[in-house]
Design a protein around this ligand. Structure first.
Ligand SMILES: [Zn+2]
Length: 88
């Protein structure tokens, strides 16, 4: 489980970038379980987070999805960032 934190999405500073919020939950539920490798995670919770700015890094808006493996019951948190395609 420690290694899972090094994978994309495993920590707030390594979010998975997605184009839109609507694909976050399908993406999270299609990831393999970090403990047993089974496919088919159940999305338990989907929360919006805002990380405070740090130095020159602006504040970041993230989504954290809590998933549970339907085979072994291991819970995991996956972090996403929604890519901005809006003109500035
Ligand atoms: Zn599992």
């Amino acid at each position: 489980m420690k290694l899972a934190a090094l994978e994309p999405g495993g920590a707030p500073d390594r979010p998975i970038e997605v184009a839109s919020a609507s694909i976050i939950e399908p993406h999270a539920s299609s990831m393999p379980c970090a403990a047993c490798g089974a496919q088919g995670l159940r999305v338990e919770e989907h929360v919006a987070l805002t990380l405070p700015e740090q130095g020159s890094e602006p504040a970041r808006r993230l989504r954290a999805v809590h998933v549970t493996c339907q085979r072994c019951g291991t819970r995991r948190e996956v972090f996403f960032r929604i890519g901005t395609v809006l003109p500035s």
